[in-house]
Design a protein around this ligand. Structure first.
Ligand code: 5AD
Ligand code: SF4
Length: 365
């Protein structure tokens, strides 16, 4: 069976997803990405939306084996962005017509943090009379906390499942009772029950991850009714348990990195073909593995970009993986650079719009 059979099939099943994810021949990849781009045009248009990404603190109580700001990494200095600066950045995003802002940090569950975020949300919400959409990405919390933040003005929440396979998830996290797949999944359910637009995603090209796992990740997105997807390649961070293991096993070669990038772009394309009306981000990790990684993702069906608005003096302390791009840039440069990337693939920017996933509203009908 050749690839066009699959690209014209009405309903793709798990085996079809596995087949499409595993394509490697350039002509086949061209056809796959073209079909996904057509699907993007039909369902969400050739318009890309911006979410200013403000990484406001790198303090984290978790110890994920892959992440450069894990609690156990003592080589990284910890920072908190002063509240005035966060508000100034939110105002800047509003003035730049970014439409919405994403507040990201490491995970904390203490009362002081919960109160702080709640106040912050109310203050950001008052900018332009609620004009700026707010996405939160601050980890696992109780349902009560999620509700408080929703009431304070957050309407979208990103929490990656990292892998839909609980066994694989186990290999990526310490077994200390604080890194449980079931808890992560319950958080996604709680967020949806409250009424958030929920985003999730996975890392791609992880040691031990199969094409079947990736197909199951896409099925997980569908079963969870996910509106927004942020996924990208796994990238080594030198001072992490997983990064060291992968490097020592010789699994961080240029060929391996190219494989992880290709798989990531395939995931974007197949997810677009399968889920049609969701928002899919072209993530920074893709650009880490190839200078044009984000453009490739936009061409293969992604429609969201997250220009960094993290203060330049803190950017090098928020490195989840090695060689993160844009460390030297200010927010102006990130804006202009991404606009050029959008134009280069023939898309336009949805300035000043929230750019909600049509899926969320199609679902409510
Ligand atoms: N490579 C790629 N993505 C990573 N993340 C954390 N560490 C890495 C890494 N080494 C991703 C995780 C997390 C998100 C905030 O960043 O998926 O959910
Ligand atoms: Fe903390 Fe998130 Fe990094 Fe895990 S991935 S260590 S929760 S910042």
């Amino acid at each position: 069976m050749n690839i066009s059979y699959y690209l014209h099939k009405k309903e793709l099943n798990r085996d079809d997803l596995v087949f499409l994810l595993g394509r490697t021949e350039p002509e086949e990849l061209d056809q796959l990405y073209c079909a996904a781009r057509e699907m993007k045009k039909e369902w969400v248009g050739n318009v890309d939306y911006y979410r200013g990404l403000l990484e406001f603190s790198n303090r984290c109580i978790k110890n994920c084996c892959y992440c450069g700001i894990r609690r156990g990494n003592r080589q990284v200095g910890r920072f908190d962005t002063p509240k005035e600066d966060i508000l100034a950045m939110a105002l800047w995003c509003y003035e730049q017509q970014y439409g919405s802002i994403t507040l990201q940090s490491g995970e904390r569950q203490d009362e002081a943090f919960i109160d702080y975020v709640e106040d912050l949300l109310r203050e950001i919400k008052s900018i332009g009379n609620g004009a700026l959409g707010i996405t939160l990405c601050v980890g696992e919390q109780t349902k009560e906390t999620y509700q408080r933040w929703y009431d304070a003005g957050a309407h979208r929440y990103l929490l990656r499942i990292e892998s839909s396979n609980p066994k694989l998830y186990k290999t990526l996290h310490p077994q200390d009772g604080h890194h449980k797949w079931e808890v992560r999944k319950a958080c996604l359910d709680a967020l949806a029950a409250i009424g958030y637009q929920v985003g999730t995603g996975v890392m791609i090209g992880l040691p031990g991850q199969t094409l079947e796992d990736l197909a199951d990740d896409i099925l997980f997105y569908r079963n969870q009714n996910i509106a927004m997807i942020g996924m990208g390649p796994y990238v080594v961070h030198h001072n992490t348990p997983l990064g060291k293991k992968v490097s020592e096993a010789g699994l961080d070669s240029p060929e391996e990195r190219a494989r992880r990038l290709r798989l990531s772009i395939n995931m974007v394309a197949v997810t677009r073909l399968f889920l049609k009306d969701v928002n899919i981000a072209a993530t920074t990790a893709m650009q880490t593995l190839h200078p044009l990684g984000r453009e490739m993702a936009l061409k293969a069906g992604a429609n969201i970009l997250m220009p960094l608005v993290t203060l330049p003096q803190f950017r090098n302390q928020y490195q989840l993986y090695d060689n993160k791009p844009c460390l030297e840039d200010g927010q102006e440069q990130c804006r202009n650079c991404l606009s050029a990337r959008v134009a280069s693939v023939g898309d336009t920017v949805g300035w000043g719009q929230w750019g909600d996933s049509p899926h969320f509203f199609n679902n409510l009908k």
